[in-house]
Ligand binder design. Structure first.
Ligand code: MRU
Length: 345
């Protein structure tokens, strides 16, 4: 199929598939300023660790466009502010900070150039990141496909597909690759409460591709795993610590505990840009807490009583002991994770 264009930059406008609206309607959200990009990331128009990294990079490009006529000193002051704002738009996925840091270093290395030339350099870097993300995902697909049996039932969580990246996907990329290489696979997709990325986005992508699948409530996973209906669990990642502890969508940790108890292989699929070499363990990962209304409401309709308090973390941390391996574009990382992760630095 044609690539799903989650992120496209043309005519100085960032075009994003509005993931708040899928699957009921397919709409494009246009960002004309870096503040639009900040909003789009916060409100989850665009979401998924690699996708928000690339979108953030284009946010920096839009900022450069906005301030292109300023003198160099003012330009640099405005850019600094834009970088800070974009960097803070969501806290857990390290890909965003990774992308913003790359853009910051382009500015620092070229700060003597006129703003118009800096704009060109930032634009080239953002375009390169987008392309590189797709290439990396395709590589991970091939690496990951090696651990998928000729016939396999795979459980996945959240959305890790083309929509969560610049294209192809991470965990869903491995599933795509397995399917297109002719393997007889069947996928169970967790609905992924409360934002329903599994029901709304993964189900949509799987159906678009014709990959055999069923959608389940998150709470059905335990029964499937106990009853030996799942051969393999594949999930994505938002941040991986040096010891292999992995932050991913809330509910991932629960799956990993079940996988360990019932001896189901549990793999994380993530590009090396998701590794945070600055943190030792998952305890250092900031877990985003989102608005209560994500739990108390559905499509704007209240489903819980007025006045109820809510705990709504967007992510959890899976301890490395529960992870069979981390599939990256450089190969599969296994225990001892710290030692093997450091080899990638
Ligand atoms: O809150 P989201 O939808 O941005 O969370 C996304 C996830 O947790 C994904 O599993 C993760 O970003 C990896 S996607 C390639």
């Amino acid at each position: 199929m044609d690539r799903i264009k989650t992120i496209e930059f043309k005519d100085n406008i960032l075009h994003l598939i509005d993931q708040r609206k899928l699957p009921l309607s397919y709409q494009i959200f246009q960002c004309t300023s870096y503040r639009d990009v900040d909003f789009a990331i916060k409100d989850m128009v665009v979401r998924g660790a690699p996708a928000i990294g690339v979108a953030g990079a284009y946010g920096v490009v839009l900022a450069a466009k906005e301030f292109i006529d300023c003198d160099r000193d003012d330009f640099l002051i405005h850019m600094d502010e834009a970088l800070e704002i974009l960097n803070r738009s969501r806290p857990t996925a390290v890909n965003l900070m990774w992308a913003i840091n790359k853009m910051r270093s382009i500015i620092e290395e070229n700060k003597d150039l006129p703003p118009a030339d800096l704009y060109d350099k930032l634009r080239q870097e953002a375009d390169r990141m987008l392309k590189q993300d797709i290439d990396t995902n395709r590589k991970m697909g091939k690496v990951g496909n090696e651990i998928v049996n000729e016939k396999a039932t795979i459980l996945t969580h959240c959305n890790t597909g083309a929509l969560a990246t610049a294209g192809f996907g991470t965990a869903l990329g491995v599933i795509r690759e397995a399917f297109y290489s002719g393997k007889d696979i069947f996928v169970y997709a967790d609905e992924t409460r409360p934002r329903l990325q599994g029901a709304r986005l993964t189900a949509w992508e799987l159906l678009e591709e014709g990959i055999p699948c069923k959608l389940i409530a998150d709470s059905a996973a335990a029964t499937l795993i106990r009853d030996k209906k799942i051969d393999l669990i594949l999930v994505g990642a938002d941040r991986i610590a040096l010891n292999g502890d992995t932050a991913n969508k809330i509910g991932t940790f629960m799956l990993s505990v079940l996988a360990k108890e019932y001896e189901v292989p549990f793999y994380v699929v993530a590009p090396t840009s998701t590794i945070d070499f600055d943190i030792e363990t998952g305890d250092e990962i900031i877990i985003e807490e989102r608005d209560n209304s994500e739990v108390t409401h559905m499509e704007g309709i209240r489903i819980a009583p007025e006045g109820i308090d809510v705990y709504n973390p967007a992510f959890d941390v899976t301890p490395h002991e529960n992870i069979t391996g981390i599939i990256t574009e450089e190969g599969i990382i296994k225990s001892p994770f710290r030692e093997n992760i450091l080899k990638l630095k």
